[in-house]
Design a protein around this ligand. Sequence first.
Ligand SMILES: C[S@@+](CC[C@H](N)C(=O)[O-])C[C@H]1O[C@@H](n2cnc3c(N)ncnc32)[C@H](O)[C@@H]1O
Length: 233
Amino acid sequence: MLFRSAGGKPIQHIIGEQGFRRLVLKVTPDVLIPRPETELLVDAVIKELKLKGVEDNPSKVFKVLDVGTGSGAIALSIAYELEKTRLWALDISVAALEVAGENSIKYGLEERVTFFQSDLFNQVKKYCNEKFDVIVSNPPYVAADEKSNLPKDVLREPTMALYGGQEGLDFYRRIGKEAKAYLDSGGLLALEIAEGRADSVVDILSNNDYIGIELIKDYNERERIVLAWRDES
Ligand SMILES: C[S@@+](CC[C@H](N)C(=O)[O-])C[C@H]1O[C@@H](n2cnc3c(N)ncnc32)[C@H](O)[C@@H]1O
């Protein structure tokens, strides 16, 4: 196994799985291997849902949309850890959605997590006509000039999961602009960001009228998560 790994293949592609929070997820070369920073993104969403009363309000089921779900790591973790949630999870990649669907069956979450193909939000209304309490995303964010510095094993991951345009900001611009229409008033937009890109993403979100913007640091004290709320008015 080490011999094959040394050839540049990620160890997760050899063993076919990756632990993420409380789940062990199937991973293939069609999906991004879920990372520890993304566990912190899920943590932030779970905290927000608890503040909104997800554990105290038996009559309400909270609606969450995961944009660019890959293996399903974010959506499945939220559904698994919080019973009073209903998840929708989209990806442009059909191959990724197949892997996410298998992971959902493994944990018996098919009834509470709907996976569907969509280019960002363009198919959302077909699957859920109501607004979401939370929209969460770990979008592709590698910038053009960072490509040449990527480790060999990362280069084996799907191109469409990695690259986010010239400055790595294309998806933040699109999500910042488009997510508002799908968020309930007071709803949370929670995004993972690349190291060193916090200021640019905060600008994009404040220019799109989000309020209460907060940054969260990862285990290495780098700002890696942005939280922003849709105005209540
Ligand atoms: C960085 S990966 C994140 C995967 C997973 N959420 C995670 O955190 O492990 C980004 C995902 O966005 C998907 N994606 C790329 N472009 C997209 C688009 N235009 N619309 C929807 N999903 C897209 C990719 O296929 C990939 O699965």
